[in-house]
Design a protein around this ligand. Structure first.
Ligand code: ATP
Length: 442
């Protein structure tokens, strides 16, 4: 259970995200829609940066993983084969007193309403999470279709096309990022449980005998992604190995992050056996087996999956980065004031470098520096307000470096670089500035 202080952190973070245009309610002028979130300018930049990092790490840097971009709506038989139409459901309970609706598996005590404490609850009812729509002008069952509940099913369905086109031999992986939709009973914890979200998934096809080696390999690779590339401290992450497994799986784990509201899953690494490939073979009538020339045998590939939610990673980065500390201020009657900052890894910060002329007069020089730096980094130029205020603004959006242009710059061809976290200020000459920043950002 989250303490009031932890809930307070979440409330402050949600307010910051809205104020600075990271993330806010979708269609807010119509009072929003529960479980749907828009990413504003800083949010979308950060989301793209994390997605690009994932894509480079999982696809571009490897010879044995290729990409796919499938449609959100597929032939509905895909979801029949995958089991989603029959089994992708949660048990839902309604409180007859306060009328709130809950997911039964998330209730601490299934006999008591977590909102009002009432014992007057309905019997649990199964509720399918697939979002339904209709394709074509006739709105009947024959024309029903579904928004994908996960990005991986089209990977299985397109396996043969991708394998042939990319001339890959087993073992190899297919990756895809994109929107997924779930009609969650109880969207909550800001973007953590949304109804529309982005997944980044990779399905790795291999021989069954080698599948546990690959499972362990991907477990280590995914841990490295969070600790090395995204710089999450190891004590805020943990691996939860499942003890209950699906009948076809040999292993499964969740990578969890310590959110202010408790540990929450950000990624699953799953051994899926030949389940998906055999189901799609059965339902489509197309043989999805693979002929292994070296071994001279034909078999259905075994799949190891890595599956993460981009929105949950962004939320984890924001939670990890949110800081409040005391800093000197020029405000009247005060020596110090609360400084809010977002300690984001430079590689994914929406603004990596802010260029700030001390006064308007220095604008020409500062603009020239800005024009040069923005070719290499995500930059912002800011002239409005006192320099202290401008630093605060950049701290709040997580800018790791502020480059200040002052009168000395005209003489010594150097600028002051302020570090967001250490609050140190270093004088760097203009002919060194790009390599200085590159060494710390890229
Ligand atoms: P949960 O148990 O939290 O509902 P899950 O086990 O159903 O998650 P998966 O189906 O394994 O999740 O999906 C893989 C990843 O997709 C999750 O680790 C998570 O990061 C993300 N994800 C799943 N559901 C949501 C959601 N409703 N909102 C945001 N991200 C989600």
């Amino acid at each position: 259970m989250a303490t009031p202080r932890e809930n307070d952190t979440m409330a402050k973070l949600v307010a910051l995200c809205k104020r600075r245009g990271f993330i806010f309610q979708s269609s807010e002028i119509y009072e929003g829609i529960n479980g749907f979130w828009d990413y504003g300018p800083y949010g979308v930049t950060m989301r793209r940066a994390v997605e690009n990092l994932w894509w480079k790490y999982m696809v571009e840097d490897r010879e044995n993983v290729v990409g796919l971009d499938s449609t959100i709506i597929c032939n509905p038989r895909v979801w029949k084969a995958s089991g989603h139409l029959d089994q992708f459901s949660d048990a839902m309970v309604d409180c007859l007193d306060c009328k709130k609706r809950h997911r039964q598996d998330q209730m601490e005590d299934p006999t008591t309403c977590p909102a009002c404490g009432s014992k007057k609850l309905t019997e649990p009812r199964e509720f399918n999470l697939m979002m339904k729509t209709f394709v074509g002008p006739v709105f009947d069952e024959e024309h029903a279709a579904y928004l994908r509940a996960e990005t991986c099913q089209p990977i299985f369905v397109d396996f043969e096309q991708v394998r042939v086109a990319s001339r890959q031999k087993l073992p190899f992986g297919i990756a895809q990022t994109g929107k997924a939709f779930r009609n969650e009973i109880n969207p909550r914890f800001f973007t953590f449980r949304s109804r529309e979200f982005v997944q980044m998934e990779m399905e790795f096809f291999c021989k069954d005998a080698e599948s546990m080696d690959w499972y362990n390999y991907w477990r280590a690779e995914r841990w490295k992604f969070y600790t090395d590339l995204l710089q999450f401290p190891e004590d805020q992450l943990r691996i939860h190995d499942h003890d209950k497994l699906a009948h076809y799986a040999k292993a499964a784990l969740d990578i969890e992050f310590a959110f202010p509201f408790g540990w929450g899953e950000i990624e699953g690494v799953h051994h899926r056996g030949t389940w998906d490939m055999s189901r799609h073979t059965e339902y489509s009538g197309k043989d999805l087996s693979y002929f292994d020339q070296e071994a001279n045998e034909r078999y259905l590939p075994t799949v190891v999956e890595t599956s993460c939610g981009l929105d949950r990673i962004i939320l984890a980065l924001l939670c990890r980065g949110y800081r409040e500390d005391l800093a000197d201020t020029q405000k009247e009657d005060k020596d110090q004031d609360v400084r809010v900052s977002l300690s984001l890894p430079p590689a994914v910060a929406p603004v990596q470098v802010a260029v700030l002329p001390l006064v308007k007069k220095l604008g020409d020089k500062a603009e020239a520096i800005y024009a040069d730096l923005r070719r290499a980094f995500r930059c912002e130029y800011d002239l409005a307000g006192s320099i202290g205020k401008r630093y605060r603004r950049q701290d709040e959006i997580g800018t790791p470096f502020c480059v200040t242009v002052d009168f000395d710059t005209l003489e010594d061809q150097a600028v002051t670089v302020r570090d967001r976290d250490a609050m140190t200020q270093e004088r760097i000459s203009l002919d060194q500035i790009k390599s200085y920043l590159a060494g710390r950002i890229l």
